[in-house]
Design a protein around this ligand. Structure first.
Ligand code: DOR
Ligand code: ZN
Length: 344
């Protein structure tokens, strides 16, 4: 079996920087035409100037025969200045602002502690029609890790949407039935990205045959009923759901550690995994909308002109990638994937 679809984009990607970036960028650009680049570097990208510099670094790290467009984002902090929003509106590189709750995940220390404190900034975003990308979790220590997303909806998202009805929001990497339901019942201003790991795995996969740090990401994998709900949302054809891998590389030593980092590296096989998830659901006819149309439409961008071909054929995933003497372990390392992807 094979199918051809418009070249997809990745609407949520971590590229990092330096040597690591070169490898992960090449893996993404094999398949994807564009990607929304997360700003959570060690020194977060908080200004348009920094974002433009990072953009140039990404462009310079691309192989000369590869066409790929990074779509940049700024990291929202409690001292973000509205001047940056005017600069975003004028820039061609920067497309959105990312909200991380402080302490929620990798390099989130500069994130926001009190969301209402940045409401004046968000009000300007609404006026300028700049999308807000949210890491939708409340990470207070008394909240159960599996409930973080639902608590975010109840405590913050409902308020945010009511207060700023014209603000475009992407609820990133949704993992629960509650989030899927919230997006479905919201206006077309509210969209969500969905990762391949949350479509294919439930929380049992964190503990199968012993604890598996390579399945640890944030938001954490959830129980089966939630997996099914987000699969249903992704495969429904609803324009508010689109592809965002959240591919987030950490070296093996940081993953297999007494305090392992959150993040799953899926870039080399991301489209294969999405095809598998849609195939499992007998919904391959909805894959193009999810992967290649809905995101571009939401961001108001042209569709890619190129096509990719997906061929149902087993292949073995690399066990690891060696980058400056460090191992990077991809999702499904050494195991089988069922869909080959190639640019037409
Ligand atoms: O698992 C994750 N890894 N979730 C995030 O939100 C951030 C990411 C990272 O940057 O490593
Ligand atoms: Zn992410």
């Amino acid at each position: 079996m094979e199918l051809e679809i418009t070249q997809p984009d990745d609407w949520h990607l971590h590229l990092r920087d330096g040597e690591l970036m070169k490898t992960v960028l090449a893996h993404t650009a094999q398949t994807f035409g564009r990607a929304i680049i997360m700003p959570n570097l060690k020194t977060p990208i908080t200004t348009v100037k920094q974002a433009q510099h990072y953009y140039q670094q990404i462009k310079a790290a691309l192989a000369s025969d590869t066409i790929f467009e990074p779509l940049m984002t700024l990291y929202l902090t409690e001292s973000s200045n509205a001047k940056e929003l005017t600069a975003i509106a004028k820039s061609t590189e920067v497309k959105a602002v990312k909200y991380y709750p402080a302490g929620a995940t990798t390099n989130s220390d500069s994130g926001v502690r009190n969301l209402e404190k940045v409401y004046p900034f968000i009000e300007q975003m609404e006026k300028l029609d700049i999308p807000l990308l949210v890491h939708g979790e409340v990470v207070d220590s008394d909240i159960d890790v599996f409930d973080r997303e639902k608590v975010f909806i109840d405590k913050h998202l409902i308020k945010l949407v009511t207060q700023f009805p014209s603000l475009r929001i992407v609820f990133e990497h949704i993992t629960t039935q509650d989030a899927a339901q919230f997006v479905k019942s919201s206006s077309s201003k509210i969209a969500a990205t969905i990762t391949p790991q949350h479509m294919l795995m439930n929380r049992n996969e964190l503990f199968r045959d012993g604890i598996n740090p390579h399945h640890y990401c944030l938001p954490i994998l959830k129980r089966e009923k939630h997996r099914q709900a987000i699969v249903e949302a992704a495969c429904s054809g609803n324009r508010s759901f689109f592809l965002g891998t959240d591919s987030a590389p950490h070296f093996k030593l940081s993953k297999e550690s007494s305090c392992g980092c959150a993040g799953i590296y899926s870039a080399p096989i991301a489209m294969a995994l999405y095809a598998e998830a849609f195939d499992n659901q007998n919904s391959l006819d909805k894959l193009e909308a999810f992967a290649s149309l809905n995101g571009a439409n939401f961001y108001g961008l042209e569709l890619n002109e190129k096509k990719i071909r997906l061929v149902k054929q087993d292949f073995q995933v690399e066990k690891s990638y060696l980058i400056e003497k460090q191992d990077l372990i991809p999702l499904r390392a050494g195991k089988t994937c069922h869909w080959r992807t190639e640019l037409v």
